[in-house]
Ligand binder design. Structure first.
Ligand SMILES: Nc1nc2c(ncn2[C@@H]2O[C@H](COP(=O)(O)OP(=O)(O)OP(=O)(O)O)[C@@H](O)[C@H]2O)c(=O)[nH]1
Ligand SMILES: [Ca+2]
Length: 499
């Protein structure tokens, strides 16, 4: 009995200090584990948003962009999460009914409200940039263009976003921001890699932008940027009236003028090699001349009979007439006396360059094959084309022969691409999910999201730095203990030896 009591008394777990210490240690472990679980739980990423409306000549598109809130100055972080095509034509078509321009944006802006989390609405910037359609309207009727801009401004201010302005952007801006977009999305801007030239074909204008190898001889075509610590010296030009819809009108007007001189029929028959054999459509003369891109001509008949005969090489001859290459006051020109250095490097060709070449399945062939295929396509009877593509809008369908030939002629005779560098052109619509176009570059610039200088980077992230320092300190401490132990052992051995 006494012995048993003695064992009980000697059991160390019955000592209060030890019990207290054990509970304390367990509690400590629980607290540490809980803190580490909470601390290391992946945080929900916070995003910011921006809206840009591309008010083009043919239609308006609304783009919504998203980027991680804490990484906004890094290249490639902004991505397009949604796009909405406004129903109907571009805002410049509302010249006679300006209120309609603002109203037309309603559906897409309501969609934007649903796509962006409500708590971000008030800090989400909205920009509207209008391009060639509004440039032409401003030339024709400045008051009407101001009314249209006032109408879209009034409409955009009714939404809970942060309205930042609606304006007509210049051709240089359109070209330069398109170039920034493609190079930002390809993450070319903070690396020593080459950049991609940008080719944009709209309905009313077309832009070419690239870094040339030679000096830029005209100030209007030069634009300088400092992005992420690199200096960029760009060549850019925007040809107003050379988008594919205006170019069609230009080309058709020339055919109409010569048909009018020769023909005695009413309506005048305009025979067109750029439209398929069997194509026959009645147009008004007004629909061809309703643009400041051409001087009005005095044509007696109000309507024309537009008849196709599908001959590619004659089509190309007729399109060449819209490019004036007879004079150049510089060492080199593209056309219409505009300076252009030799094209250099790889190019991304988007908007109608892509729609058309993709439809015609001509995005990856050599120049010679491209011409052969196009020749065959243009000579295909209109009836057969309609049968082959029952789902494609007839207006688009009828114009692909003209548009394909226009693209080829613009690139080869206008910009001076050759069979050697033809395959440096990539026809593209999107890059990593975001549309190629000027809108993203425009927003990045206005939100200061591309810094002039590359941000200074630390050797390692803060968390990594703390972990490294803790482990390294422990490692040194263990080495120190081992050294002490070794020192004690060796001094003991030495003392024993002495004894
Ligand atoms: N085939 C085809 N054509 C299209 C499509 N979308 C637009 N287009 C046409 O392609 C041309 C260029 O379109 P966009 O790039 O949107 O032109 P835009 O921005 O309205 O015109 P700009 O103000 O000159 O830039 C226009 O003639 C459009 O009608 C499409 O999906 N398929
Ligand atoms: Ca455009």
């Amino acid at each position: 009995m006494d012995e048993q009591e003695e064992v009980k008394v000697k059991n160390p777990w019955h000592r209060p200090v030890l019990i207290f210490l054990t509970v304390f240690i367990i509690l400590g472990i629980v607290i540490m584990v809980s803190i580490s679980v909470v601390q290391n739980k992946p945080l929900p990423k916070k995003y910011k948003y921006g809206i840009v409306l591309d008010a083009g000549s043919s239609h308006t598109s609304v783009f919504i962009y998203e980027w991680p809130a804490e990484k906004e100055n890094n290249t490639g972080m902004v991505r397009q999460i949604h796009t909405c095509n406004v129903k109907g034509k571009g805002i410049s078509s509302y010249n006679a009914n300006p209120d309609g321009a603002g109203k037309s944006l309603q559906e897409c802006m309501v969609e934007a409200k649903q796509k962006i989390p409500a708590y971000r609405h008030s800090e989400t910037p909205v920009y509207l940039g209008a391009t060639a359609g509004m440039r032409l309207l401003k030339m024709e009727d400045e008051t009407a263009s101001e009314k249209v801009l006032a109408s879209v401004e009034h409409s955009l201010k009714t939404y809970p976003f942060s309205y930042q302005g609606a304006r007509i952007i210049s051709g240089q801006e359109e070209g330069a921001f398109g170039w920034i977009t493609v190079n930002y999305l390809n993450q070319n801007l903070n690396k020593p890699t080459g950049t991609l030239g940008a080719l944009d074909l709209g309905g009313a204008s077309t832009q070419i932008t690239f870094i040339p190898q030679q000096e830029i001889e005209s100030g209007d075509n030069s634009i300088d940027f400092r992005l992420y610590g690199n200096d960029y010296h760009l060549y850019t030009h925007s040809f107003l009236c050379y988008g594919k819809d205006q170019a069609l009108k230009l080309s058709l007007s020339k055919k109409l003028v010569s048909a009018h001189a020769a023909s005695k029929t009413d309506p005048i028959e305009v025979r067109d090699p750029c439209f398929h054999p069997g194509y026959n459509f009645t147009r008004t003369v007004q629909s061809i001349f309703d643009t400041p891109c051409m001087k009005a001509v005095n044509i007696s008949s109000g309507i024309i009979s537009h008849v196709g005969f599908g001959d590619w090489s004659q089509c190309q001859q007729s399109i060449r007439k819209v490019f004036n290459t007879s004079r150049c006051a510089y060492s080199k020109c593209s056309f219409n006396e505009v300076f252009q250095p030799s094209v250099y490097g790889k190019f991304g060709a988007f908007s109608a360059f892509f729609f058309v070449m993709d439809f015609l399945n001509l995005t990856s062939d050599s120049l010679a094959i491209t011409k052969q295929k196009l020749e065959k396509y243009c000579s295909t009877p209109w009836k057969k084309i309609v049968e082959n593509y029952p789902l494609v809008k007839e207006k688009y369908l009828s114009e692909y022969c003209f548009s394909g030939t226009y693209i080829l002629t613009l690139l080869e005779d206008g910009y001076n691409f050759t069979s050697e560098n033809w395959q440096d052109i990539s026809f593209l619509k999107k890059i990593k999910g975001s549309d190629a176009g000027w809108t993203l570059g425009y927003m990045l610039n206005l939100t200061n999201m591309i810094p002039a200088e590359a941000p200074d980077t630390r050797l390692m992230p803060y968390g990594g730095y703390v972990t490294f320092m803790i482990f390294f300190t422990l490692f040194i401490f263990v080495l120190f203990l081992l050294a002490c132990l070794y020192f004690r052992q060796s001094t003991r051995k030495a003392q024993k030896g002495i004894i």
